[in-house]
Design a protein around this ligand. Structure first.
Ligand SMILES: *Cc1c(COP(=O)(O)O)cnc(C)c1O
Length: 647
């Protein structure tokens, strides 16, 4: 794509050169990578230029992520690796509950908050167990969206009053499992997603001999904002319409079971970026609560579902990667609006429930990638002009020599036209591969100079973005986007990405990232920015023999479960790290999937594969016995090896 060079010269950027001469410090790096904007106090750049984790906030203990990764490598652990910080997870659970406690106190709300963690956001054992432990003092509960999720939830150690909510479409066994849980003394609420589930619940409750606690999911008219806007509103997949609610109330009243309606539930979608939508949804659901109470349904729990957003880009806006409100404001708005509406109708304040998943888990995990190679666009080396070069190539040399602050726009346009000409000549067989290569290298050389001059002279204009993108390095990172950052591919999610070291050195290169799958979608070329989206990431010149790690942050929500085995890259290893005043401790390391495991998922048996390969080897006349042995050993080793590149 030809970049449009801005035709109007912009105002000079004063001090640009001075700025370049100044020493680049940790503080500068924090701004380059926007760390204080998205880190919520859990990460910062240390004076020594290393990215640090501070799981208990800035005042608490800290540890360098680079050191943690180096220790893991010294232990022989392969990359990529997921670092998990249980303390961050605990801190988020506490922060959520404390925010509601404060809001309840502030507005003299007469009931409590009893949140739920929807396990679909991250069902990893360490995550669910840590959340359950941290939430126990707050009677924080868990939410299941399927039978399998309920099966793992029923085994968790929760406060006796913690709610276990069963959402999702249900068959008889799902309902049986839920109602048996209730009979066993757990505070299980069966949330009806659609009207037909009501008859089933009544029938199975009779069969089992237990009084159910029913939740009704209400189809909000209010829509969310951001990428999940369509989860709410009238076209939503789940929930009761108002006529269905009336029908359900009548049906339950007739069966003498009106008293079983315990919860009113709603969910406007994930990552709701605009607080106004949330307030509007609370108003709507609180009014519905009041109306249900008036119909005689003794609703106790008012559940606003998920949607509490994470400010991934740190811009504090309603942009899809951000949020224009804080946890504090969220809690206060829910409490205040509900109270106001209930008081207006003389109805009791319900126990407030939310199902915040993303906001609880996103911060606790950091994906660590190693850059294993750099792919650079041509044109960085100096070229000597050969005597017999084609006239177009000679012209390109002349353009490259003559480019200056005065003429760079025309020169670039001419070079661009020449590049096209060369392509046409080449297609007609009128120019050699060597000449074409020279012309191409010169074109990149001119483009590089154009960008440099434009940046030095003018405010960087949006039009230069294409040029920047074209000239960016491609850093090859040892990971699979589809396994570790599936939302980057699926929904253009952006995560903050920061080098783990050298953050007191000015980054001098701009890069995009590519993974090691053979899928051309396996790349990252959109990065966070407070005003917009960046096409490239500032990085350092990579020094041979020195590891360069990139941390991908806020990856704790949804990525673990949605990850897939594209190209048979398996789940990666993970380290659980605890930080205290004495340093840090790698509490646990969980190995990544072995190749064998991933291959088996596709229907193969590893011993059958080994047998077939052995047969092939034995029948070979070309291999010596030693070669046969070595190959069989290599094959066997690969089957139990890590699926990523190991050097
Ligand atoms: C997915 C989901 C959630 C979690 O939403 P977040 O935006 O991650 O907090 C909560 N409730 C229901 C019903 C969901 O489907």
């Amino acid at each position: 794509m030809p970049p449009d060079i801005p035709s109007v010269a912009c105002a000079r950027r004063p001090g640009f050169k001075l700025e370049k001469l100044k020493r680049y410090t940790a503080k500068d790096a924090e701004e380059t990578y926007l760390v204080p904007h998205w880190a919520a106090g859990f990460f910062r750049v240390g004076e020594d230029g290393e990215l640090e984790v501070t799981p208990e906030g800035a005042e608490g203990p800290s540890a360098s992520l680079f050191e943690i990764v180096q220790d893991l490598r010294d232990e022989g652990r392969p990359l990529p690796v997921m670092l998990r910080f249980p303390q961050i997870l605990e801190a988020r659970v506490v922060a959520l509950n404390e925010a509601f406690r404060r809001a309840i106190k502030k507005y003299h709300y007469n009931a409590s908050y009893q949140g739920l963690f929807p396990v679909k956001v991250n069902q990893r054992r360490m995550v669910v167990e840590t959340v359950a432990r941290a939430g126990k003092p707050f009677a924080y509960g868990l939410e299941a969206g399927s039978k399998a999720e309920l099966a793992l939830i029923l085994a968790q150690d929760l406060h006796p009053e913690s709610i276990i909510a069963c959402n999702g479409f249900k068959d008889d066994d799902f309902i049986r499992l839920a109602l048996m849980g209730k009979k066993l003394g757990r505070n299980v609420v069966v949330t009806l997603e659609k009207f037909a589930e009501l008859g089933r619940v009544i029938r199975i409750a009779k069969e089992i001999g237990v009084e159910p606690q029913i939740g009704i999911r209400y189809k909000l008219k209010t829509k969310g904002s951001g990428a999940w806007e369509e989860s709410g509103g009238e076209a939503a997949k789940f929930g009761f319409t108002t006529p269905e609610i009336i029908k359900a109330v009548d049906m339950l009243a007739e069966a003498g079971l009106l008293g079983t309606i315990a919860m009113l539930h709603s969910h406007i979608g994930s990552q709701v970026t605009d607080i106004r939508r949330i307030k509007q949804a609370v108003r709507e659901i609180a009014q519905t609560y009041v109306q249900l109470r008036k119909l005689g349904a003794p609703v106790r729990y008012l559940n606003l579902g998920g949607g509490l957003a994470v400010d991934y880009d740190g811009s504090k806006t309603a942009f899809y990667a951000s949020a224009n409100y804080t946890l504090e404001e969220y809690a206060e708005d829910l409490v205040y609006v509900t109270k106001e509406i209930c008081d207006g109708h003389g109805e009791p304040h319900p126990i407030l429930v939310t199902e915040s998943g993303r906001a609880v888990t996103a911060y606790h995990s950091v994906l660590v990638l190693e850059v294993i190679d750099t792919i650079r666009p041509p044109g960085e080396e100096r070229l000597e002009q050969p005597k017999d070069a084609h006239p177009v190539v000679k012209d390109m040399f002349e353009l490259a020599r003559s480019i200056s602050a005065k003429n760079y726009r025309e020169v670039y346009h001419d070079a661009f036209a020449n590049k096209d000409t060369v392509q046409n000549l080449y297609d007609l067989g009128l120019i050699s591969l060597r000449d074409r290569a020279a012309a191409e290298a010169l074109f990149y050389q001119i483009a590089r100079k154009t960008l440099k001059l434009a940046l030095e002279l003018d405010y960087p204009a949006d039009e230069l973005e294409d040029l920047q993108k074209m000239l960016a390095d491609k850093l090859v990172c040892n990971f699979s986007l589809f396994q570790s950052l599936p939302d980057t591919w699926a929904i253009k999610q952006m995560f903050p990405i920061v080098p783990l070291t050298r953050l007191n050195e000015r980054p001098t290169r701009e890069a995009t990232l590519v993974d090691i799958t053979c899928d051309s979608d396996g790349k990252i070329d959109r990065f966070i920015d407070t005003h917009d989206v960046r096409n490239t990431l500032p990085v350092h010149e990579i020094r041979p023999g020195e590891p360069y790690y990139l941390g991908v942050f806020l990856t704790g929500a949804y990525q673990d479960v949605l990850g897939m085995n594209h190209n048979l890259f398996g789940r990666i290893g993970e380290a659980h790290v605890v930080v205290d005043e004495h340093g840090y401790e790698i509490e646990r390391f969980i190995l990544g999937e072995k190749a064998r495991r991933v291959i088996e998922k596709m229907g193969y048996e590893d011993d059958e594969l080994a047998e077939a390969v052995e047969k092939l080897v034995r029948s070979s006349k070309k291999l010596t016995p030693a070669e046969k042995g070595a190959f069989m050993e290599l094959y066997a080793r690969e089957l139990v090896g890590y699926t990523y590149l190991e050097d």
